[in-house]
Write a protein that binds this ligand. Structure first.
Ligand SMILES: Cc1ncc(COP(=O)(O)O)c(C=O)c1O
Length: 412
């Protein structure tokens, strides 16, 4: 059976006709920010509170043991989904926490004055600021891979900033503004050739594209459940087992140690427990597994194909609107970033909001990309597995009529 977007949509309460914004039925095109949740995920989260409430890894009674099994089963589902070993899956609160764990737990320990960290100008704040902080503390230097005119990281450009001082390469697989799909295996190969490790920000890729941690040979991978139909406050850091052994935990406390003594000595558990101090987001972990199973039931390749179809459908229509400037005509992952000539991005987003259409405007947390874009703020639409042509048509209709509305507004 083909991709049935209508039956997929029926599973999302937020897509029910009763949900209105400014009196219009809702068109949600801000999926790079967060996605809606299907009923099965909502039910799974609720099942933790109605049937399963207990801590995990902290007791010897059946109910708690059931939670241990739930946590293990989600770990197994993640490992299957991104192709890594079960012991390489660490639960975190999301991509931001995972990237901070790599920067502070690995970077701070392994970097010295003059060492180099390679990132790009398109990186999200969560893949920039932890490195800025770690660079300040260690004296390491940040280098930026030059992007091509369409925002791609080529092998030549990556090599141009690599040296024997490069210790860490930290890049997004898919950027959240330009939406380009970078070649992760190439980036890993180049990083390793120079003896550096590579950390991949998978926030915008894992929900949309087949991920293969093992065959791409990457060292760390970070992503969030809420961008893939799962709950907020839960995500993962995947790390190669040998690096997890060397890395220090960013957070310490209950559940991550074997023993500690009055003289200050501590014996930590091995990974993943070493990195999971404190009671975990257990309802989130249960919901996350259901989200992965939901995505698997549709098929990640089908989702990617659908995203592309929707973005291409939108792109074709947008290209023909005179005053619309598109910044990423080549992108292949459901993200389109644009502006209307001489209109501030937030004004455009406000206009769309007034017609029930949710988009993102501003800098999208990628605040050093303005040099590349040659403008401070943009408007972004981003699709997901439930986006349909009617959503795009409603959006494009506003773009088409919006010029007149904005002219009238500004001439008053
Ligand atoms: C590329 C990228 N990295 C990191 C993040 C941060 O993700 P989270 O807020 O789930 O930690 C985002 C969120 O939009 C993102 O798009």
């Amino acid at each position: 059976m083909g991709y049935n977007v209508d039956s997929i949509r029926k599973q999302f309460p937020m897509l029910d006709e009763s949900k209105k914004m400014q009196g219009h039925s809702l068109v949600y095109l801000d999926n790079s920010s967060t996605t809606f949740k299907p009923q099965c995920v909502i039910d799974a989260i609720s099942s933790y509170y109605t049937d399963l409430t207990a801590n995990a890894h902290r007791g010897d009674y059946d109910l708690l043991y059931r939670m241990d099994v739930e946590v293990l089963n989600t770990r197994k589902a993640v490992a299957r989904f991104v192709n890594c070993d079960v012991g390489e899956v660490i639960f975190t609160s999301g991509t931001t926490m995972s990237l901070n764990q790599v920067a502070y737990g690995y970077g701070l320990k392994h970097l010295s004055k003059g060492d180099e960290i390679v990132i790009s100008e398109e990186e999200h704040a969560s893949n920039v600021l932890p490195w800025f902080e770690v660079a300040k503390k260690t004296g390491a230097i940040i280098k930026f891979v030059p992007l091509t005119e369409s925002g791609i990281i080529t092998e030549t450009n990556l090599r141009s900033v690599m040296s024997n001082k490069t210790k860490i390469v930290s890049l997004a697989h898919v950027g959240n503004v330009l939406g380009n799909i970078h070649n992760v295996s190439m980036m890993a190969r180049v990083a390793h050739e120079y003896g550096a490790i590579i950390s991949i920000d998978g926030a915008q890729s894992v929900p949309h594209l087949k991920t293969d941690f093992k065959s791409w040979d990457i060292d760390f991978l970070s992503f969030s459940a809420h961008k893939m139909c799962g709950p907020t406050g839960i995500g993962c850091l995947i790390g190669k087992a040998n690096l997890l052994t060397e890395m220090d935990p960013l957070i310490s406390g209950g559940g991550n140690n074997v023993d500690f003594h009055i003289d200050g000595s501590v014996e930590y558990l091995s990974a993943p427990a070493k990195f999971e101090a404190g009671t975990q987001n257990l309802s989130g972990i249960v919901g996350f597994r259901t989200a992965i199973e939901f995505i698997e039931s549709i098929g990640i390749d089908n989702i990617h194909k659908h995203d592309r179809e929707m973005a291409e459908y939108a792109m074709e229509k947008m290209k023909n609107i005179d005053d619309i400037i598109i910044y990423n005509k080549e992108a292949k992952n459901g993200i389109i970033t644009f502006n209307r000539k001489d209109v501030f991005a937030q004004d455009e987003a406000t206009l769309l909001n007034s017609k029930g259409i949710a988009v993102r405007s501003g800098q999208h947390c990628a605040k050093i990309l303005d040099n590349f874009l040659k403008c401070k703020a943009t408007v972004r639409i981003s699709t997901y597995l439930y986006t349909n042509k009617a959503d795009i048509d409603r959006f494009v209709d506003v773009l088409l009529e919006g010029g007149d509305i904005l002219d009238a507004y500004f001439s008053n």
